[in-house]
Design a protein around this ligand. Structure first.
Ligand code: URA
Length: 292
């Protein structure tokens, strides 16, 4: 950007905010490079070129700051892998260790807040850990926070949250008698679908959260929650309405009801009756288990 550019500071700030919300998390070069316009190098030309800094006769700089895996807090944490190897596996291993080592929900929340191994953290405004009553018999797990949730740091506070509150009220419950969390605790930029890697990195945290809450009944809100926590690849329209089991790391079997996500119901109101049936099943199950 030159001094003669008419772009104001505000324009630049807006542009940066747009990039951040679109998931751009690293600046590599000062100027954009059109890689499509570059011809692939021929074999004979592949001799390593001197680094750009050396060519320009200036000192090499540290790589841009990206997500950092701080293993110092964890005994026996896997050694940091170079970014060129398999960083996601190292981060998932660290997440597993941190999750296992959390003895309480508050410890788990603190470990998650300090965890730098998931790139989503760096574009999100807040960690969205949970809402509701941690002693509740019913726990509901959604996919990932949206914009409103990211701003407030609480799950399901936007339009789908309002619908969820009405669905809970229909079976006589509210946030004082249910506990709500998400598979992914950081908002994916632009509400994009979390990648399989991001889900694998975050999975140990939600699994431990379920284990620590130890609800009598779990409700999976939408396909991603059901697939991640019920170990299935079936679609939500086939899964919903049928009891499954979520097994915790310590072997506790929790009855789980997969149902339709409130955001889907807002787009497809004709299917609300299906979700209603699923919630009635949940109420009956809670009663059977002496928790209704
Ligand atoms: N959708 C989700 O899956 N979770 C939220 O917290 C909000 C919307």
């Amino acid at each position: 950007m030159t001094a003669a550019s008419p772009t104001s500071r505000q324009d630049l700030a807006d542009l940066l905010a747009f990039y951040a919300s679109a998931g751009v998390d690293e600046a590599l070069e000062d100027a954009p490079v059109n890689r499509f316009a570059e011809a692939p190098p021929r074999q004979a030309e592949r001799a390593p070129a001197p680094p750009q800094a050396a060519r320009e006769n200036r000192p090499a700089q540290a790589p841009p700051a990206g997500p950092r895996l701080d293993t110092s807090a964890v005994p026996d944490a896997p050694a940091r892998q170079s970014a060129a190897t398999v960083p996601d596996e190292a981060q998932a291993a660290l997440a597993r260790q941190l999750a296992r080592s959390a003895a309480t929900l508050e410890e788990l929340r603190q470990h998650m807040a300090a965890f730098d191994g998931c790139n989503l953290k760096f574009t999100a405004k807040n960690l969205v850990f949970a809402d509701g009553n941690p002693n509740a018999s019913l726990m509901l797990v959604g996919e990932a926070p949206g914009r409103d949730e990211d701003l407030e740091g609480l799950p399901f506070v936007g339009r789908s949250g309002q619908l969820l509150d009405r669905m809970l009220a229909a079976i006589g419950l509210d946030r004082g008698s249910a506990y709500i969390a998400n598979v992914i605790p950081w908002r994916p930029p632009g509400n994009r679908t979390p990648t399989p890697h991001e889900t694998e990195i975050c999975r140990p945290f939600i699994e431990r959260q379920i284990e620590l809450v130890n609800p009598k009944v779990l409700v999976n809100l939408g396909g991603p929650s059901a697939k991640t926590l019920l170990n299935t690849t079936e679609g939500i329209l086939r899964l919903r309405g049928n009891w499954r089991i979520h097994t915790t790391a310590s072997g506790i079997a929790i009855p789980a009801m997969p149902t339709l996500h409130p955001a889907y119901l807002l787009r497809t109101p004709a299917h609300k009756k299906l979700a209603w049936r699923d919630f009635v099943e949940v109420k009956v199950k809670l009663r059977e288990l002496g928790a209704g």
